[in-house]
Design a binder for this molecule. Structure first.
Ligand code: ADP
Ligand code: ZN
Ligand code: ZN
Length: 759
């Protein structure tokens, strides 16, 4: 809403409520200078005087005299962007998210507004020179005599047909700025500023995968058309609704998404597509662009790895309405798409949707709420939906479309379980992390020139230094976890605080040289497999290669091109990969994730096995999966082996119900930390009593107890868990109560609503 002429006539309308972007966790009132009256609106980014400095802030409200008393109001300086940085819908989302996640205005605005915009970045402007009023003959003669440089510049510009870029021309003619300024002052030259078109998306385009033309339009399978029909009806209803697309791996969910996107943009609607990992954005953007480009619809990318310039361009394209579709990771849920009609959350079960530092928001949940505000359809998809989403389906809050078959009659892969306890006793490969069955099948695939992927379950996993003589474990001095051994430089590193040292040749406790490395890292698996298959090309993909975007891309391209036989990695690489020539998938240590202190442990294990299995047999050859486990009878392992989604859901929901865990109750985690454990304990106990007194049986409190990781960076950690039927109903009260509770400055606490991380 632009502030209209009518609006201006309301007395006091020239006062606005502004929330500063940093350093002040409250909104403030400012008067609007006459020059800015026409451009200011709700959501505008403005420059304001604050504590004798010039800061940026966002206009939350256009005030009236009654609401904000005039008094000694300061005047804001200016409106910074041509477009509001937050639309009305995003402002409503801001208010909701700030309360729901018990966080500060500053933190939530930081998540919502890209850094480049927050720093007040403007479009790149270029100054051009053109001819102004022509000088009199005598004046011109005088100029030639007394200021030859000015005369030369004027002469040059006079011969040009188009305005010339000032900086470039001055440099080329070797003329100083003062000569040019003098000509402008006399009116002989005119200066105009034009927004420079950047080489739009050059960088991100380079990243986008090329999509084969043949793939562009597929005939939908029966199941796909049923789903598309149902989604079409929801879109036509033009009202808020949430639908789960529950499709097995390889069932063609993306094709269904693309259909929905096409329908919405055909009607001029805007779309946000969320993917769980930055690295997956280029692949998805490529497919969306291939589909929409013919319609002249622009799609932009949005994630934290873009440069400031790219970020700015994406932002500008969305706020100006040039682009209607955005694809990105978590933070894209806040992208300023106009006329939002569809939100898609792919792989909605992924924990990466939850931001693990302040503000601790969940991208999927914010997406659902934003769709609600916008009256849009929210489509969440997964082969292994979260229990939260499944429960919403069960209660009738979400509709569901199911794809039970893979496209092209591909079979779901055959899953074998290998009991590693028995393997350790009798197997040929005694003591090796690769079972004899897995070794045989790797050899078989290599001989058939087919590809394999080996996954290492990283969760709860550590590769540590252990002394077999005295039991010494190399632990971090500052954190209560074992350090990880890195073979490349023989170092021991703490993955929490980064502390690093050389691995000792003997045990520091008993001087034994038998000290050895326990556990299996991707490096170790790689070298063991290389011994089994000396001629095979094996490539490791881990956190290091994931962070280098070119390396990651190169590995995937090489793998697709068949230049790599075996890919070894953590489950990070399980997401969304689709390689038709992969016929064998091995999961080295399936149940590592069962042994962590987390009520979602079973869910995670089930999801992991189903997801990694889904990478096998996507082409015309059937796939096989080998799951190595030491708990083959654990329910999540068994249900996953049989691909029994309903069975797993039923049993797991029953378990959760019994203990009142999510999705039956909301969980809020309250962590207290500090260097002095006695002090932390004292305050958390006092606070727990206060909460119990205040809420009575409206809130169940569990704890205080030590956090699973008791110490990080020399700080001791204790936590409380709150259970409530609705987080919304208690969170504001909890926050207010907390503000009245005085604590020693050395103790820091933090609330995590609907936490995903329990450690
Ligand atoms: P999912 O996300 O459900 O695991 P994808 O969307 O990645 O599955 O699709 C798996 C593969 O099937 C892709 O290569 C895709 O191009 C192909 N595919 C999808 N739908 C069809 C269809 N209707 N006909 C033929 N191939 C399809
Ligand atoms: Zn020892
Ligand atoms: Zn540490």
């Amino acid at each position: 809403m632009r502030m209209s002429e009518a609006n201006l006539k309301i007395p006091g309308a020239a006062i606005v409520e502004v929330v500063p972007l940093s350093g002040f966790d409250k909104s403030l009132a400012y008067a609007v200078p006459p020059a800015s009256l026409k451009e200011i609106e709700v959501g505008s980014l403005v420059r304001i005087p604050l504590r004798r400095r010039s800061e940026l802030g966002v206009v939350l409200r256009l005030g009236t005299e009654q609401e904000i008393p005039l008094g000694k109001l300061k005047m804001l300086y200016e409106v910074v962007q041509d477009y509001p940085v937050l639309t009305g819908e995003l402002i409503a989302l801001y208010h909701w998210a700030r309360h729901y996640y018990a966080t500060s205005p500053e933190a939530i605005l930081e998540a919502m507004i890209p850094p480049a915009i927050r720093r007040g970045m403007r479009p790149k402007m270029r100054r051009y020179l053109s001819l102004g009023s022509s000088p009199e003959v005598e004046a011109l003669a005088a100029l030639k005599k007394r200021a030859p440089k000015q005369a030369a510049l004027l002469n040059f510009i006079a011969q040009q047909l188009k305005p010339q870029p000032r900086a470039a021309i001055l440099k080329r003619l070797k003329i100083g700025a003062s000569a040019c300024d003098a000509l402008v002052k006399k009116g002989y030259l005119l200066e105009t500023d034009t927004e420079e078109a950047r080489e739009a998306y050059a960088d991100s385009l380079g990243e986008v995968e090329t999509v084969e033309a043949a793939e562009i339009r597929l005939t939908l399978t029966r199941e796909q058309s049923v789903a598309v029909k149902a989604i079409t009806a929801a879109i036509s209803a033009d009202a808020f609704s949430v639908r789960l697309l529950h499709g097995v791996t390889g069932s063609g969910k993306t094709e269904v998404y693309l259909n929905a996107v096409e329908q919405v943009v055909a009607k001029g609607g805007g779309v946000v597509v969320l993917v769980p990992e930055v690295a997956l954005a280029p692949q998805t953007v490529g497919r969306v662009r291939a589909r929409l480009e013919a319609r002249g619809v622009r799609t932009v990318v949005w994630h934290s790895h873009l440069s400031d310039g790219e970020r700015y361009d994406s932002w500008k394209a969305l706020v100006s309405g040039e682009a209607h579709v955005v694809v990105g990771a978590r933070s894209a849920v806040f992208a300023p798409v106009q006329n939002l009609k569809l939100m898609i959350v792919d792989e909605e079960h992924e924990p990466s949707y939850k931001q693990e530092d302040n503000p601790r928001y969940h991208g999927r949940d914010v997406a659902v709420y934003r769709a609600h505000l916008a009256g849009a359809v929210c489509l969440v998809g997964s082969a292994t939906p979260s229990l939260e989403t499944l429960y919403n389906v069960e209660r009738g809050k979400y509709a569901v479309d199911r794809l039970l078959k893979r496209v092209d009659h591909c079979e779901l892969p055959r899953i074998h379980l290998v009991d590693m306890r028995r393997e350790g006793l009798t197997g040929r490969a005694k003591g090796s992390p690769i079972s004899s069955m897995l070794a045989d099948k790797l050899v078989d695939r290599f001989e058939k020139r087919e590809q394999s992927i080996l996954f290492l379950n990283r969760r709860g996993f550590s590769t540590s230094l252990l002394c077999p003589e005295c039991g010494y474990v190399a632990a971090c001095k500052h954190c209560s976890i074992p350090k990880t051994y890195h073979r490349t430089d023989h170092s021991l590193r703490c993955h929490l605080c980064g502390d690093e040292e050389k691995a000792p040749p003997r045990c520091p406790e008993c001087r034994s040289e038998a000290i050895r490395y326990r556990g299996q890292g991707t490096q170790q698996i790689e070298s063991i497999v290389q011994k089994i298959l000396p001629r095979a090309k094996i490539v490791r993909m881990d956190a290091d290669s994931m962070s280098k975007k070119n390396l990651y891309r190169k590995i995937l391209n090489d793998f697709r091109a068949g230049k790599i036989d075996i890919l070894v990695g953590t489950q990070m690489i399980a997401k969304g990969l689709d390689f038709p020539n992969v016929t064998l998938v091995g999961l080295i240590n399936a149940d590592m994730s069962l042994h962590v202190e987390d009520f979602r442990a079973a869910e995670r294990t089930f999801q992991l096995i189903v997801q990694v299995s889904g990478r096998a047999g996507r082409g015309d050859r059937a796939g096989e999966v080998i799951i190595q486990t030491s708990t083959p009878h654990a329910p999540p392992v068994q249900f996953a082996r049989k691909s029994d989604f309903d069975g797993f859901q039923l049993e797991e929901l029953e378990q959760r119900r019994e203990f009142n865990y999510p999705p039956f109750q909301h969980l809020i985690r309250h962590l207290f930390r500090g260097r002095n454990p006695e002090k932390v304990k004292f305050f958390i106990e006092q606070w727990a009593r206060r909460v119990e007194e205040h809420f009575g049986d409206r809130l169940t409190v569990r704890g205080p107890a030590s956090a699973p990781i008791e110490k990080i960076r020399d700080e001791y950690r204790f936590q409380l868990w709150y259970f409530a039927p609705s987080a919304e109903a208690v969170i504001d009260e909890l926050t207010a109560l907390r503000q009245d509770f005085k604590m020693d400055k050395s103790v820091i606490d933090q609330l995590d609503v609907d936490p995903m991380q329990m450690s």
